[in-house]
Design a protein around this ligand. Structure first.
Ligand SMILES: NC(=O)c1ccc[n+]([C@@H]2O[C@H](COP(=O)([O-])OP(=O)(O)OC[C@H]3O[C@@H](n4cnc5c(N)ncnc54)[C@H](OP(=O)(O)O)[C@@H]3O)[C@@H](O)[C@H]2O)c1
Length: 308
């Protein structure tokens, strides 16, 4: 199949222009992540191995059991195709059930899971990967990430490279890696990480890491794109003014900001109206003034100090 997703560097160039959303629509990304007449088109970005990845996905941390299953099925029904889970969320079975209930073809989805720190090392990574896909009820992952840079990261990476080369994972990457940790990993790697998933939102913009990832052609993926609601993000007066100017919500302004930076964002919600709202960001553009105003909101520190 011809790859219709837009090249990452071209995306970053285009997204500065006035018609980024329209350009992406013309690029025909929907052919890859099959939207229907009822669901919106979610543009994709091409990873460094050529794999298209949706620029908005669905986060599932804390969505366990029946809530997890229902939320994932709802998210897919309104158009999400990227589903982000992890061993440590204890919801891979619930997520898998939501996927089955959605009735969607597996090939239409982009499923991410993550290797937890307890399983760092060559043998344990292989076992943990198998456990994750068994729980999800799939025979491959689109993306598998080392969740945190702890323990025998090189052993884990070797196992992931083998799984990647065997076709069991379409792209491999990391999460919560600082530049020095990325460099250390890449020294002995035969496959370059495709993604680094890191905390990124208006209060922690990660500008330095953003530059490093762009330079390395490693996709920046934002976890907690709303800072999980912390620091009163949903009533922030600066964001409220920008939202009002565009007749949008604060959530949409936050996600549009990620999108215009070329960052993949994975908002979580268990509210179907919010899920739809969070996909409705492709018909407006933050202007230079908006971007400068948002830049000032950066506190340059984590909103989750308890996870440090
Ligand atoms: N790699 C890592 O170490 C790591 C760490 C943390 C998270 N993650 C991933 O990133 C995902 C997202 O981060 P997160 O779960 O921490 O939080 P988040 O997506 O930043 O925020 C979720 C919160 O925002 C609310 N919300 C969503 N849409 C909204 C809207 N349109 N209007 C108002 N409120 C809205 C949700 O409430 P409602 O449910 O009521 O909508 C929920 O309380 C996670 O689920 C997980 O997949 C990865």
């Amino acid at each position: 199949m011809e790859n219709k997703s837009i090249n990452r560097r071209a995306f970053l160039r285009n997204s500065a222009g006035l018609a980024a959303g329209a350009l992406l629509l013309q690029a025909g990304a929907n052919k890859v992540f099959g939207a229907t007449a009822k669901t919106p088109v979610i543009p994709t970005v091409k990873l460094n191995n050529g794999l298209p990845m949706p620029l908005i996905g669905f986060g599932t941390n804390t969505l366990t059991g029946e809530v997890g299953t229902r939320s994932v099925a709802d998210a897919i029904s309104v158009g999400y195709r990227l589903i982000d889970t992890a061993h440590v969320y204890t919801n891979e079975e619930a997520v898998g059930e939501g996927i089955r209930q959605s009735g969607i073809n597996r090939k239409e989805l982009f499923i991410t899971s993550k290797l937890w720190v307890d399983f760092a090392g060559y043998e344990s990574t292989k076992k943990a990967f198998q456990t994750s896909i068994d729980k999800l009820g799939t025979d491959y992952l689109d993306l598998y990430l080392i969740h945190r840079p702890r323990g025998d990261v090189k052993g884990s990476w070797k196992a992931m490279e083998e799984l990647y080369k065997a076709g069991k994972i379409k792209a491999i990457g990391v999460s919560n890696f600082e530049p020095a940790q990325l460099t250390g990993l890449m020294k002995d790697a035969t496959v370059k990480p495709a993604v680094n998933q890191i905390e990124t939102h208006v209060f922690f913009q990660e500008n330095n890491l953003y530059e490093v990832l762009n330079k390395e052609n490693i996709q920046h993926e934002a976890w907690s794109p709303f800072a999980a609601g912390r620091n009163n993000i949903f009533s922030n007066p600066t964001l409220a003014a920008i939202a009002q100017k565009h007749n949008k919500t604060i959530a949409q302004v936050c996600l549009r900001w990620h999108y215009q930076r070329g960052i993949v964002a994975i908002p979580r919600s268990q509210n179907k109206a919010h899920m739809m709202e969070n996909l409705n960001i492709f018909d407006f553009e933050l202007d230079v003034m908006d971007l400068q105003t948002i830049a000032v909101l950066d506190l340059n520190k984590t909103q989750f100090p308890e996870w440090g």
